[in-house]
Design a protein around this ligand. Structure first.
Ligand SMILES: CNC(=O)c1cccc(C)c1Nc1nc(N2CCN(c3ccccc3Cl)CC2)nc(N2CSC[C@H]2C(=O)NC)n1
Ligand code: NI
Length: 187
């Protein structure tokens, strides 16, 4: 079971490496890894388990954060819409790729956090508001999905990890809280 002890922190060079594509269909080992990553996110969002296991809450995790330089990400975004099911996006993506993105940009109004960053880094992380992502699932099936708003932000943050990019690389050094016109602020 993955805990915070398995998550590497800033300074570990694996976070700055470009991760390798994985064979498709994924090996049993990579399927197991993906399932453990998804379970970690679910545990991190469960008040009882998070407390018990001392987990920081997360909605996304990338294999490089486990010191495994492979192009595998997991996302488990809870539904914000009471009518919709328990999660709006819950999946493991193998070799994810942003095929296209909107000109429109967006950012989280409260900035971004990362399980590999043990400090608050204030500032807007401006990303594409909508993206089209291709990926393979655990069975090796190809998928192409359009994501927007929070889900799009999370998947871009995790795909950044497999390219050695950290969220604060996007923050405007001169004025972290500067927002160009037209950038959608997501709360
Ligand atoms: C500096 N200000 C901030 O961090 C920040 C501050 C306020 C609000 C937001 C919204 C912020 N930003 C931010 N909050 C999150 N969570 C909110 C809490 N939540 C969670 C926690 C516990 C149980 C269940 C859940 Cl659901 C888990 C997710 N997650 C991300 N990111 C950036 S994209 C990948 C994603 C990630 O999983 N990071 C670990 N950013
Ligand atoms: Ni992160």
């Amino acid at each position: 079971m993955i805990t915070m002890d398995d998550i590497i922190r800033e300074g570990n060079p694996t976070l700055r490496a470009v991760a390798k594509e994985v064979p498709i269909p994924p090996t049993a080992e990579d399927v197991e890894l993906g399932n453990e990553m998804l379970q970690f996110l679910k545990n991190s969002q469960d008040p009882v388990k998070a407390e018990e296991l001392h987990l920081r809450g997360g909605v996304g995790l990338a294999a490089p954060q486990l010191d495994i330089s492979k192009r595998i990400i997991a996302v488990h975004v809870p539904s914000t819409d009471p009518e919709k099911p328990e999660s709006s996006l819950s999946t493991v993506m193998y070799n994810p790729k942003v095929l296209s993105h909107s000109v429109q940009e967006a950012c989280l109004g409260e900035g971004e956090g990362c399980l590999s960053v043990d400090r608050e880094v204030p500032g807007y992380v401006v990303r594409a508001a909508r993206i089209t992502v291709s990926y393979f699932d655990a069975e090796g099936e190809a998928h192409k999905v359009r994501l927007k708003n929070y889900e799009a932000i999370v998947v871009q943050h995790e795909i950044d990890h497999i390219n050695g990019i950290m969220f604060y690389d996007h923050i405007n050094d001169q004025n972290p809280l500067h927002l160009k016109d037209g950038v959608l602020v997501i709360d």
